[in-house]
Write a protein that binds this ligand. Structure first.
Ligand code: KE4
Length: 429
């Protein structure tokens, strides 16, 4: 596969940006190749500057659940752009998107729009501390909640991919206020609560984790988390930046029937444009300025173009009651094909799935937390990734990320993926 132009661009980019990229995981560092430079994308396909076509399972790391460049989203954004790109003032579209999110996620009584998942989680953290008057938080090893200081300890995603120690630049006092529990192991939470009685403001969790690879919480664990937070006056915060509108219409909280106090959103809510959000119970959210004393602000929050892309994306899903059923059926077809490939090749690798999120872990262990995810053979993943790419399938360049399908992935795409997967695994044996 010729990737000459991508490599030339990457060489130049490294003269201008750290590591040549604007987000670390894009650098393909852990898979030992130069990153591809993408020129365009449509539906299930993505095209690089050398003219190579790929079936895309990154989907911009989650937002593109309708596939790339969905025509009515593009048309709506084009039309909106004619009226201006930013006002620094309120617009009706903010109300429209807020109402749509509330329709999908009933636990949201009040919501604040921001510009990224990181902003959403940072703001929810400040709010939780303001509401409870407490300072510590519990997160889970392997979960990633954006690059806010308080979350960069034992984090997943790019931090895990690059095997970075807890990030330099985060002060000891900040890191000291973040406690790490083990995913799917409720006793680790109980122990931290006992050791920090009355001092914990919130528990943050990815209810379906995507940042250690795809690892879903088990139901009793999540329900126990809800119960102990309620009894201890701790806010339960679901980080649904990735799982929201992805694993079910109402996200993981609908899938599990567990209601958090606050939820953070990103990715799909913006339809590919920069939108994050946090929301939840009115009594908590109304502490946010100007309604209350907890300050949070943003020049481009509620941006009319970003609101337009989010509104159009959620409207398309909202108008299609069979959307998630069809998506789930096509995913099940793919997953069954993966499992058939593995059994035919007598390979005991672990496939974790949740709705249209999945990860093939190169380990025979059951993967239920970060420690078990890390038993994966990342060298085997690296050569598998390369073979899949050479065979026209674009996967996340990390064992510790989730793959995403979309409603644009057709049976022909899935069959091509399964053939590529069989060949890539065959050579790996
Ligand atoms: P952003 O700031 O990247 O919009 O969102 C941060 C974030 C928060 N919470 C969860 C559960 C997330 O998955 C993310 C971001 N996800 C990564 C992919 N694993 C973004 C990709 C990247 O960092 O380039």
């Amino acid at each position: 596969m010729d990737t000459t132009i991508s490599s030339k661009l990457f060489a130049e980019a490294q003269q201008h940006m750290p590591g040549g990229v604007n987000s670390p995981v894009r650098a393909f560092k852990s898979v030992g190749r130069d990153p591809l430079y993408i020129s365009r994308a449509k539906g299930s396909k993505i095209y690089d500057v050398d003219g190579n076509q790929f079936i895309d399972y990154i989907g911009s790391w989650g937002p593109m659940i309708l596939g790339h460049a969905y025509q009515s989203v593009i048309d709506a954004v084009k039309t909106a752009a004619e009226d201006g790109t930013s006002f620094g003032a309120s617009c009706e579209k903010e109300i429209e998107l807020a109402k749509l999110v509330k329709k999908f996620v009933p636990s949201i009584q009040i919501i604040r729009m921001v510009n990224s998942g990181t902003e959403a989680t940072m703001s929810a953290l400040r709010l939780a501390r303001g509401f409870t008057g407490r300072e510590k938080i519990i997160k889970f090893e392997g979960c990633y909640h954006g690059h806010g200081d308080s979350f960069l300890s034992k984090a997943g995603s790019g931090v895990a991919t690059l095997s970075l120690p807890d990030s330099p630049g985060v002060t000891r006092s900040t890191a000291g206020d973040t406690l790490n529990a083990k995913y799917n192991y409720i006793k680790s939470v109980y122990d931290l609560i006992e050791q920090n009685k009355g001092g914990i403001a919130a528990v943050f969790i990815e209810p379906v984790a995507g940042n250690m690879g795809c690892v879903a919480a088990n139901t009793e664990f999540l329900q126990s988390l809800r119960d102990v937070c309620t009894s201890e006056g701790i806010l339960l915060i679901f980080d649904e930046v990735m799982s929201g509108f992805r694993v079910a219409r109402g996200g993981a909280q609908e899938l599990y029937g567990v209601t958090p106090d606050l939820t953070t959103f990103g990715k799909i809510i913006g339809g590919g444009l920069p939108v994050g959000a946090y929301g939840g119970r009115r009594e908590i959210m109304n502490l946010i300025a100007p309604a209350g004393p907890v300050y949070q602000a943003g020049t481009l929050s509620g941006n009319p173009l970003a609101m337009t892309a989010g509104i159009e994306t959620l409207r398309i899903i909202d108008d299609d009651p069979e959307f998630y059923t069809r998506l789930s059926n096509s995913c099940e077809y793919l997953y069954e094909g993966f499992r058939n490939n593995l059994s035919e090749l007598k390979l005991a690798y672990t496939l974790n799935t949740c709705g249209s999120m999945f990860t093939l872990f190169f380990t025979s262990d059951v993967v239920t937390d970060f420690d078990s995810a890390k038993t994966s053979d990342t060298a085997k993943f690296k050569s598998y990734f390369g073979r899949m790419l050479d065979n026209g399938v674009y996967l996340p360049p990390s064992q510790f990320e989730a793959c995403f399908t979309s409603s644009a992935h057709q049976k022909e795409d899935l069959d091509r993926t399964l053939t590529a997967n069989y060949l890539a695994l065959l050579e790996r044996r």
